[in-house]
Design a protein around this ligand. Structure first.
Ligand SMILES: N[C@@H](CCC[C@H](N)C(=O)O)C(=O)O
Length: 299
């Protein structure tokens, strides 16, 4: 997808977790040696580049060198691969907001039929295959797989300790439930974490439980969170973080199943647990489409 002016690019977000999206439908535009960490950092630069919390390359799985290793037997079923990078250029295993935007872009770019998307498609990610679907109301859902408990740890913010639950959603999270209103906390700097417990780094969520939702037949649980993302900084939303935080909120009440409404600075997500898997639902928006100029690419 290089027209005479330059390679095609889109800007989009899911609950204001924003991404630079690079369509690469035949794998020729953005091979890994071209889309290196330095270029990812430049694209995500909000002043000298386009700006984003990360980059999503939309590419067929067969053109991704490590796809076979991460997808195994599911490789033939995953036509498309979400090649995600954090704003600092690092790779992440999974991105819950990104994968909804990824499906939305497949639709808006004419790379997938709406009927197929509504039935749900398997998308390859570095965390393994994930089934993603479009809802008739315009929103998207993704089966994120089970939340895996890593154990108990704590985050330190401004001299205060926030005990939390380590949860893997493919990528690592520390979800700390607290009575301190999350809007009063300084998350602009990375919270202190136990680097031995999280050797690959960690995304940190600070969570207020607004409603436990544990009355029989009652409403869903309701939480509010802020997040500091590995490889990015504070963001306005994190889909995997919403799942980890929702799981921690249910676990605190002794439950493994239920629905949780998750308010993030950038909007609202919904997370459903049935005891075996986790389904995240929310919006995805394309803000702009255009091309990267040869002038900027060469600079
Ligand atoms: N914002 C994403 C998560 C992106 C990856 C994360 N920063 C990591 O390094 O694990 C989401 O919506 O899940």
């Amino acid at each position: 997808m290089i027209d005479s002016a330059g390679p095609r690019v889109l800007l989009g977000h899911g609950t204001e977790n924003d991404f630079v999206v690079l369509p690469d439908p035949d794998g020729s535009v953005w091979p890994e040696q071209r889309l290196d960490a330095a270029l990812v950092r430049r694209l995500c630069d909000r002043r000298a580049g386009l700006g984003g919390d990360g980059v999503l390359r939309v590419v067929p799985s067969r053109h991704v060198p490590d796809a076979a290793a991460v997808l195994g037997e599911a490789l033939p079923q995953c036509e498309w691969f979400m090649d995600h990078r954090n704003a600092d250029g690092s790779f992440a295993e999974m991105c819950g907001n990104g994968v909804r935007l990824f499906l939305h872009v497949l639709l808006t770019e004419g790379l997938l039929d709406r009927a197929v998307a509504e039935a749900g498609v398997l998308v390859g990610t570095r965390g393994g295959p994930r089934r993603v679907g479009a809802r008739p109301d315009g929103g998207y859902w993704v089966d994120m797989g089970p939340a895996r408990v890593l154990g108990r740890s704590a985050a330190r913010i401004g001299g205060a300790e926030f005990p939390g639950l380590g949860v893997s959603m493919g990528n690592p999270h520390l979800a700390a439930l607290t009575d301190v209103p999350v809007d009063t906390l300084d998350l602009t700097v990375l919270p202190g974490v136990d680097a031995d417990f999280f050797p690959d780094g960690v995304n940190v969520e600070l969570v207020n439980v607004l409603a436990a939702g544990d009355a029989p037949g009652g409403a869903s649980a309701h939480i509010r969170l802020r997040v500091h993302e590995r490889g990015v900084g504070e963001t306005r939303s994190c889909g995997t973080g919403a799942c980890a935080a929702a799981f921690a909120a249910l676990e605190a009440g002794g439950r493994t199943a239920g629905t949780v409404t998750v308010d993030v600075p950038g909007g609202r997500l919904s997370v459903e647990f049935d005891g075996t898997t986790t389904v995240l639902a929310g919006p995805a928006v394309v803000v702009a489409t255009g091309v990267l100029t040869p002038e900027w690419l060469a600079s």
